[in-house]
Ligand binder design. Sequence first.
Ligand code: GLY
Ligand code: MN
Length: 533
Amino acid sequence: MDFKKVSWPALLILIAFIASAQDNLPVDYLSKEFHNSRREAFRKMMPEKSVAVIFAFPERTFSNDVTYFYHQNPDLYYLTGYKEPGAVLLLFKELQKNGDQSYNELFFVRSRDINRETWTGKRLGADGVKEKLGIAAAHDAKNFKDFPIDFKAFNTVLYDYIYNDAPDDGSGCDVFGLIESFKKKSGIIPLSVNDLKLNSNIANVQPEYLSRVIDYLKSSIAENDHLQHNIYIQRLMEKPDSITLREIQTAIKSKKNECGDFNKIMDALRQVKTPEELVLLRKAINISSAGHAEVIKAGHSAMSENEADGIHRYIHRYYGAEDEGYPLIVGAGKNGCVLHYQSNNALRLNNDLLLMDVGAEYHGYTADITRTLPANGKFSAEQKAIYQLVYRAQEEVFKLCKEGTRFSDLNKKASEVIAEGLLQLGIITSKEEAHTYYPHGCSHYLGLDVHDRGDYNILLENEVITVEPGIYIPEGSKCDKKWWNIGVRIEDDVLIKKDKCEILSGHLARKLEDVEKLAAQKSKFNEMKLPPL
Ligand code: GLY
Ligand code: MN
């Protein structure tokens, strides 16, 4: 190679590539430049004289002294690429000064600890964050408590819900300790998730439903007595009239700015994907499609749900996906009628439909794909009728998937097609009943979260959404028994373009005939025989 002809940026990328390859690690993570550009974009949208505060997710207990596989807060990952707990990022709208230092961001990260690293592996520490993530203002989390930041000097402090239910390791610089320090330094007492949910319910209720609200609040308080301390609830219980309700609604709505517009900014940024993000999303989708295809081929009546689940996981790891973006849903027959079924423990698939809603997570980005197949390879007449109806609904929604469509129109279309079809099949007698068999929405944003951030308003170019109509007819439903225990969902991941869409998971068999054709093929897993235990 003639190095004289290689530009400096290309050379830097080459050096980074060689360095990562030497670490024996994947080399296709999001770049420092991506994360830096996201922090810049966030800063641009911040109001004057504001600071944003973003905490790492805490570790969670699995059993005794064992924690769950750690998953970073996607917002923090998006802005920094940091994958460890015990951190807090501060972004400032304006340049700050502290002595002779000036900065527009501060990142407090987990300390190095040689003892702990013997057990759980290398930590980046502040120096590693500077070097690997290119964040010059990295500090040890121990310094956050006494770092001179006067939160009260800002017009707005932007943050996400930070009710502190993190476990406390007593160090003062795990997530629990960092949140407590923030509360002390800022004087902010964040609302609990329950309070926030209740407040938003109260904020949106119409005065004619006041008596229902009061009943709802009474039952909420009975379940969770700390809600008695919610000032809005107290006021409404003392004076349950429509004037009080209106006063409270105004107060709640103005309080929304309590966490600034953090969620609004983050939603706006994360709902539109950059080219770098799309590379990872496509990879997650391709890996997941490979998993689905393999199970469709390998599936047979004597297979267990667990085994099908295991094939997905194996394929994900084989292709380098670290995790799944949500618990795998692998349910046959009646279990396929449970929307978020997670047990995956039925011993045989029998001659039922197997519904698999499974998405690999690759470098933070998750796919979300559902396929429904006949375990014995052939759809029965009833299974076929339901499958074709769901397929038709999905096809109709795809036609709407382009920039400018109202998000709510997607579900409206799916509901219309399904209601019409169920009526024709004699499963319902009025369109209003359709909701019983199709009780969820048709689409959501997809990205770092399976139900990703976004404003659910108008579709924009480079958003990725799911299209996932479904019909579920559990045993005991008010229709002919022949339909019972049929659950069908077909879910694909779609990239929105200016005047059309690209079905990113479209290469995976979806048409009924294609699913049957794929099911007739042999899988490598059919040859794998393990000895009985
Ligand atoms: N894949 C699960 C869901 O979309 O809710
Ligand atoms: Mn979904």
